[in-house]
Ligand binder design. Sequence first.
Ligand SMILES: [Zn+2]
Length: 96
Amino acid sequence: MKPDQGHLPGDAKCPYCSGGADGYTTTEPAGKPRTGDITLCVYCGNIGVYEVKEDKVIVRKPTSEELGIFFTEIPDLQRKVNVIKKFITEQKMKNN
Ligand SMILES: [Zn+2]
């Protein structure tokens, strides 16, 4: 399936690094993120959780309970987090 990309209403920021979190890419047929969906920050590699309000989308830190569920139920999540964090580290080294 071809990934869907878009821009979310509001000015969502990563709760860890304050990087912009207002764009998304998904392979889900439903398209736009919904409340409770997770995101991996492209700036720091941390996991955030979408909260979709009427006119804006925010990203919050997951609770420790949620993190446990995500790592249990989402295949390959730890590997994906590691790939993103390695990529971010390599980019930072290239740019220094
Ligand atoms: Zn971040």
